[in-house]
Design a protein around this ligand. Sequence first.
Ligand SMILES: O=P(O)(O)OC[C@H]1O[C@](O)(CO)[C@@H](O)[C@@H]1O
Length: 572
Amino acid sequence: MQRRLALVKIPGFEYSEAHSDPLRDFNEEIIMSEVQFRNFDETKAYKALQKLQAPSLSAVLDGKRVTSCNSSYELGKQETLHYNYAAKQVDNQILSVLQELSDEQQLIDKFRLIASGEYMNSGENRRVLHHLTRGQLAGSVSHEGRDLGAFYNEQNSRIADFAEEVHAGRITAENGKPFSTVVQVGIGGSDLGPRAMYLALKNHVNSSEGSGEAFRGRGEKLNARFISNVDPDDAADILREIDPSTTLFILVSKSGTTQETLTNEALVLDRLKHAGVKQPRKQIICVTSETSPLAKSSEYLDSFFIDDFIGGRYSSTSAVGGAVLSLAFGADVFREFLDGAHAADAAAMEAGILKNPALLDALIGIWERNFQGFPSTAVLPYSQAMSRFPAHLQQMDMESNGKHVNRDGEQLGYLTGPVIFGEPGTNGQHSFYQLLHQGTDIIPLQFIGFLNSQDGLDVNWEGSTSQQKLNANLAAQIIAFAKGKKDDNPNKTFQGERPSSLLYSKSLTPRVLGALLAHFENKVMFQGLVWNLNSFDQEGVQLGKVLTKQVLGDGELDPALQEFSALLGVRS
Ligand SMILES: O=P(O)(O)OC[C@H]1O[C@](O)(CO)[C@@H](O)[C@@H]1O
């Protein structure tokens, strides 16, 4: 299909000078047949990168490099998110070949095709439209006569209206009391992103101390909880702590068929009945696709929709994240979060890699994975509020780029997505940093930090506040990893040369959080495009689901599966 792409000017968004305006080719026609999908090892840049040597961090990392190796997002309302790559093992030569790689693999053109609604999810023959849930980057995208941008906006405003009715006490629990708690029931992308975003903003809206940032001290409108695992202890833990009779449940499943979520719905219905609620589904709203089995039921209090063009792991900015965030904090907080994501998306259209933090981060990641051979990336937020962000990135990155074949199903001869893991600092320091500092694998580190804590509560002890101690640890770790320490005792030697980057901003606000989310989504997208993958399907999750069904059915099983099932008490 040949589609004309037209980019939309984003009000209030300034573009950088070199590679000037990403909308410079406004009238230039980009169509699918004009971009070339080739494997990474067929590019000239791949061969050039094979010949280059990583610079030594102990040799090059000085104060000047720290202040100059920065690429920033201007997010509007005087909020900025910086990406600092001073402690990465790259020099001008490597960066210039990475620029060539970006140009050769037509990464920006391909992003523009994604934004314009091209069918870039080749495996499932679907468009990839999560960028459209937060704003329009390209011309309008319509499907079967429906303007999809308008559809996503309409769902957001329906959610905003619904949330306002709940907050005003005009929509109540069956007993007439206002809802006091909201519980999201979903798994994977229907849980991880929304949960991570909720936790990231909870303190920001609840703390009345500190000053300046939007929404500070506004207070949570509803306390939110999450149930995801089919392990009954997960639901039991939450259901014991809440009062079901005044709880609003959000059942989130794009497909409407996910075993874990439907099982947990049954548990919730049971608890609601026990609490004396006669029509339990009237305390449940659904977020699903219009074609799902859930959408067919009129028993629910209300339903909000996404579509097949929003991948589960990319759905935090759709109704999937919008429902819980709007109910917990208010729709204006969710809108601010979307605006931050949209500003970061717009910045990701920039062709000059030094002016495009997501693209730069992606390409340095490629350098580390394919030419330095590093197996994983640790995501280390120095912010307790971001405690579940690494878990969200695990799904987003590993479900997207954990692939061994290209978009055409051909086996690849190079490494693709790394293993992602992480914990907030400083907790991680007292846990797995030993291996990061002195283990035999070198693991690149993605630090995230904020100048201010979210809560004003702090103490000055032994000459510094907790927040100062936190960030002192962060600065110290960057240098310890990069430069190491020689010692006569090999056991006390730190080899150093362990690269890290730092994403940082003044405070973790809704706008900054949206930009952080979009940064990683776009980074993963660019990496998938370099590797020539389809980053938007997830066939690797299917086999386990099929075998689970077999175990729970009556048919004959593979003998080893039969024995394991017997061992675990599922089959006799
Ligand atoms: O929203 P659903 O359809 O319940 O799917 C939940 C999750 O399951 C997966 O399909 C993986 O099993 C994820 O990609 C998705 O986020």
